[in-house]
Design a protein around this ligand. Structure first.
Ligand code: SF4
Length: 701
């Protein structure tokens, strides 16, 4: 009965807060709402205790780290605080947050939001949420997987494409037909990896919503409606979508996902800073700029009686043209000098006087503000936003605006794009997420550094994200790293030196010989992780000329991660990869018994983001470069032991880490990684392989 009364009050509160913001009644209800949440929180804490004390009857396996995590989350909800908690590999992280989250949804009747960093993980959480809800007897739960619109197929676009396309043998026609028949609803439904360009012809871009005749059989529309009208218990979204939504909610007061929720969980939070940055980054190629300006010219033609705008737009277009020419020259020079191996190129030297363009853009904005909105309302809104972005870009390059970082990078088609985003992601997150009402839980297996106390351990991630709240005890992995693993550090390879007098090729040639030795010891079943694409490409070129006992499985540009992994598992060979292969891969059992790290994954200091972070601390090496390297290294080495019975070798071929090199970060690395037996002797590695992994060889041979 009490619960019912509390729920009714809670529902009334929602109605009131929408209609009568600021009134006394609201104040009363808000303070009462805190009480309601406290009572709900107490129930959740108690229920979590009950579930774990009778885990067998729920069909769950008890795990100490998982129980601690669940209780920390329940308490954070009860106290309406945020929580940062590291959950080591094997504690069952997703169950650890799903159990309290589903209970919180049950008691509060409000959705739970889970934001993740990849589609694969979202799908796994979706399945886990279904599983847990069944175990807890919550069979009515509505769980929605909401991806970015680009992942969904649009029937309307596909039917149009079929209508216009006479050549039925083209791949585009084939895909459009699959969408029209309902066989392809998501990009992941396509068998082969599909080119971005082809997919963009059928993916959702400008949805017509209620005006679309296909909406009732459209997954995108269904997802939006379920979320919009809160017919959901759990909403699983990618971090990109989530970030855009919280920003929109705080700017307009209306977010699709984040308006009413009981709890927010950010999984894989070690990626969150970069995901937020990418969600807030504006990107322009010369092609996209020209297209947008042409569209704006025709809008002005339609709306304005004078022709002034044509000349103004032409001047701006020309300025962009020369800017991109200068950028092209600059990047070629940087690459030739080998002075930047970052994906983002700094463009300090492009700075020049953009005052004239700023004045012209201001004039165009003023003209635009006089247009009546009739039928062209959306185009006018888009033009306002675009002019605003151009203005921000020119003002940033001009040095008038200091809150943005600008850089150039290559897009998927190898075109240069100029990008800018806010410098202070920590402030953005603090203002738009952490300081607001409601609990936000951030978790990942790699949030901590090797600090002396809990503050120290979380300090880097806390600062980077602008986090404010409670720091949970890191829950360590239950796996037996002492008996099941060994870490080898090469002590006799050349130390890598970048730059003009560098030794990159000599270093890589020696590394290749050691990779072959190590992969022979394990007879393949190894993943070799590179920090730089160019290093991978160089070694792959060399490997092509060498006969090996094991098959080489190579990650190529644009290759589909799942099919590369499948090939690797089937072949029991050696996978050579970079980028996405450092994290999120879960290969249990004897298919993967060694991970080789070619070079310690220090970030590139010339990367504009790193440069900015480094300029804003006292000791950039200790406070930025080492923490960034450790997070990535922990992710990469974390691919090895994925179950209680997994065994294997971590090999680090960067001799800066060996004992005699005596680098200041050696101890940090050894403390941060779970591998307790460390050797610099290949003989010891062989002995380990023979004694511990021999059974693995026979199991699979
Ligand atoms: S509802 Fe939107 S996304 Fe779905 S088919 Fe129609 S226009 Fe495309």
């Amino acid at each position: 009965m009490r619960t019912l009364v509390l729920l009714l009050c809670d529902m009334l509160l929602l109605v009131c807060t929408e209609k009568e913001r600021g009134g006394k009644l609201i104040y009363w209800f808000n303070s009462y709402n805190t009480e309601i949440i406290k009572v709900q929180g107490e129930k959740v804490v108690q229920k979590v205790f009950d579930i774990y004390s009778q885990s067998g009857s729920y069909g769950l396996t008890p795990r100490e780290g998982q129980e601690n995590m669940s209780l920390d989350i329940a308490e954070a909800f009860q106290n309406q605080t945020n929580l940062l908690i590291e959950a080591g590999v094997g504690i069952g992280k997703s169950f650890g947050y799903l159990i309290p989250a589903l209970l919180i949804n049950r008691y509060s009747q409000k959705p739970i939001i889970i934001a993740t960093s990849s589609i694969q993980l979202s799908e796994q959480i979706y399945n886990d949420a279904k599983f847990i809800s069944e175990k807890l007897g919550f069979n009515y739960m509505q769980i929605v997987l909401g991806m970015g619109m680009n992942n969904y197929a649009c029937k309307l676009k596909s039917f149009k494409l079929i209508e216009e396309n006479r050549d039925v043998d083209t791949p585009d026609y084939f895909i459009a037909e699959g969408v029209a028949k309902g066989e392809i609803q998501l990009r992941s439904d396509t068998q082969e990896s599909i080119e971005d360009n082809s997919w963009s012809k059928v993916s959702v871009s400008h949805c017509r919503y209620e005006r679309c005749e296909y909406r009732h059989s459209c997954n995108f529309y269904k997802m939006r409606m379920q979320i919009k009208y809160h017919h959901t218990s759990v909403i699983i979204v990618n971090q990109d979508l989530f970030v855009r939504d919280i920003i929109k909610r705080n700017q307009t007061g209306d977010g699709l996902i984040t308006n009413i929720k009981a709890l927010t969980i950010i999984d894989e939070a070690h990626n969150f800073e970069e995901k937020v940055r990418s969600a807030l980054t504006e990107s322009f190629t010369i092609k996209s700029i020209n297209l947008t300006i042409d569209r704006m010219i025709s809008l002005f033609d339609h709306k304005s009686e004078s022709n002034d705008h044509i000349q103004k737009f032409e001047i701006i277009k020309r300025r962009f043209y020369y800017m991109f020419q200068e950028i092209d020259r600059l990047i070629i020079k940087l690459i030739e000098n080998g002075s930047s191996d970052s994906e983002r190129f700094p463009i300090h030297t492009v700075h020049s006087d953009f005052s004239r363009e700023i004045i012209l853009l201001g004039d165009l904005q003023a003209t635009l503000s006089l247009f009546d909105e009739d039928k062209k309302g959306r185009e006018i809104d888009e033009a306002v936003q675009t002019l605003d972005k151009f203005l921000t870009l020119f003002s940033t390059l001009n040095g008038d605006v200091e809150e943005n970082l600008v850089w150039v990078k290559k897009d998927n088609h190898n075109n240069h794009c100029i990008e800018f985003c806010p410098k202070n992601i920590d402030e953005v997150l603090f203002n738009n997420l952490f300081k607001l009402k409601g609990s936000v839980i951030l978790t990942s297996a790699t949030l901590c550094q090797s600090g002396n106390d809990i503050e120290d351990k979380y300090s880097y991630i806390k600062k980077s994200l602008g986090f404010e709240g409670v720091l949970g005890d890191p829950q360590t992995s239950p796996y037996d790293y002492v008996n099941n693993s060994i870490m080898y550090v090469a002590n006799d390879l050349p130390i890598y030196r970048a730059g003009d007098d560098g030794n990159r090729l000599e270093y890589l040639d020696e590394v290749l010989k050691r990779i072959i030795d190590l992969c022979d010891i394990t007879n393949g079943r190894t993943m070799v992780l590179f920090s730089a694409k160019e290093d991978l490409q160089y070694l792959v070129g060399k490997l092509g000329l060498i006969q090996t006992r094991w098959e080489k499985v190579i990650q190529k540009s644009g290759s589909n991660q799942d099919s590369v992994i499948q090939r690797f598992r089937e072949s029991k060979g050696v996978l050579f990869g970079t980028g996405i292969f450092w994290e999120g891969i879960n290969i249990q059992g004897p298919d993967l018994i060694q991970v080789i790290i070619v070079k310690l994954p220090f970030p590139v200091p010339t990367d504009p983001v790193m440069e900015y972070k480094m300029n804003n601390c006292n000791d950039s090496f200790k406070e930025v470069l080492i923490p960034e390297m450790l997070i990535k290294l922990r992710q990469g080495t974390g691919r090895l032991i994925r179950s209680e019975t997994d065994k294997g070798i971590i090999s680090i071929l960067d001799s800066r880490l060996c004992e005699v090199a005596n680098r200041e970060y050696r101890l940090d690395v050894l403390k941060a990684l779970p591998f307790k037996t460390v050797t610099e002797n290949l003989g010891v590695v062989k002995e380990f392989a023979e004694s511990k992994l021999n059974s693995t060889f026979s199991e699979v041979s």
